[in-house]
Design a protein around this ligand. Structure first.
Ligand code: SOE
Length: 383
């Protein structure tokens, strides 16, 4: 008999993100000693056949095909949104108004305007809320945050981030519909700026503080694609590539780049920070390592250290196997649920909150605006 408090979870969406979130809710209780145990109460998606198959596969107790019915259910504590971006605001606002806790896949809204309304809804309802910027919870990235907060790098001069993919190069790839909604601007809001740079920006704001201003360029390499929903060739409205320069409030200079046209790269997210005393570098393809250079080391043995982040004193790692054995991508989502549940237990916000994610949307909006105007753009602050 479990003494844990049940927390009834409902996930909306059963695509790629529905799977990562469901996996996290299902496994977190096995590895983290928490007061609550998530109960996989319901999953919701428009197609009856796929939602039933998903519920069977992942062990959900019930299904819904209309998220409004789900939000109205009294037996649901937490609504988790894993749907395409154009539905985030409507579902999150209704869930908050119904008094549910809300977790939402990134980016929060399609633009800051939508996100402002989402922040207002969760703050008015005073419901716990969080956005799935999962890369913060790669143990090596969390360690980078600890090292920075301890001041080991000293004054920060440079922040450099890239997120490179190559899956949309073919001009024959259609836009829209299941799996390809990320290419449809009406659904996604933007292209790589909101999808990939948003990850880089969230991590950067967390590690290095606020961004004051940006100057950007974007490009849409394939201008027209067949639309899966209309069957017609339509203009492509998303940015295929996006790069910007930024000035942080702490005086450091930054470069950010994201593209889906870097042949050979599938999900190469890298970040590097250079400070007065030390530098750090991290690469998603080698996610369990943190590269660290400390100028205070004795000259003869000074060099880049490749830290293997698998020991019990590394962030999150005592919950997993034994030192030396690695974890991976899916664990970042499990960590996120663990941190959310621990925050509920302590009655504190779980970061990134909706308001934290709004800060990222203000940067992505400024990037897109600067790319249109060709001018430096001041970034609005979320708090
Ligand atoms: C796009 O291909 C994508 O799946 C993003 O939507 C995710 O947020 C990113 O983590 C991996 O790439």
């Amino acid at each position: 008999m479990s003494t844990k408090k049940p927390l009834n979870v409902a996930v909306v969406g059963c695509g790629f993100m529905g799977r990562t979130h469901s996996n996290a809710f299902g496994k977190v209780g096995n590895f983290f000693n928490l007061e609550h145990r998530p109960v996989m109460k319901a999953v919701c998606a428009r197609s009856d056949a796929s939602v039933k198959a998903f519920a069977e596969q992942w062990g959900y107790e019930s299904v819904e095909t209309d998220w409004r019915r789900l939000v109205a259910r009294k037996d649901i504590d937490l609504i988790d949104i894993a749907t395409p971006n154009d539905t985030h605001a409507e579902i999150a606002i209704a869930a908050a108004q119904a008094g549910k806790m809300v977790m939402c896949e990134k980016p929060l809204g399609r633009n800051a305007g939508e996100s402002v309304r989402m922040v207002a809804a969760v703050e008015t309802a005073k419901v716990p809320n969080m956005v799935w910027y999962n890369y913060r919870r790669v143990p090596a990235v969390t360690l980078a945050k600890q090292i920075l907060d301890e001041g080991k790098l000293g004054k920060i001069f440079h922040y450099r981030a890239k997120f490179l993919q190559d899956w949309t190069i073919s001009k024959d790839l259609p836009q829209g519909g299941t799996g390809l909604w990320r290419l449809d601007v009406n659904v996604a809001g933007s292209g790589v700026t909101g999808d990939l740079l948003a990850h880089c920006i969230d991590t950067a704001l967390w590690l290095n503080g606020g961004i004051d201003k940006v100057t950007a360029m974007t490009e849409t390499f394939v201008k027209e694609r067949m639309h899966n929903l209309t069957g017609k060739v339509e203009k492509v409205g998303i940015d295929d590539a996006s790069a910007f320069l930024a000035r942080f409030a702490n005086g450091s200079l930054a470069t950010f780049e994201a593209t889906r046209y870097a042949r050979g790269h599938k999900a190469l997210y890298t970040l590097e920070i250079n400070g007065e005393h030390a530098s750090i570098f991290w690469d998603l393809h080698d996610l369990h390592r943190l590269q660290y250079f400390d100028h205070k080391d004795e000259g003869r043995v000074r060099g880049w250290r490749s830290l293997h982040i698998t020991d019990g004193d590394h962030p999150y790692m005592k919950h997993w196997w034994v030192p030396g054995l690695q974890i991976g991508y899916e664990h970042t989502f499990i960590h996120q649920v663990a941190d959310f549940l621990q925050a509920i237990e302590k009655g504190v916000p779980a970061a990134p909150t909706f308001r934290d994610a709004l800060a990222t949307d203000y940067v992505t909006d400024a990037v897109l605006q600067s790319a249109r105007s060709g001018q430096w753009q001041t970034v609005q602050r979320a708090s």
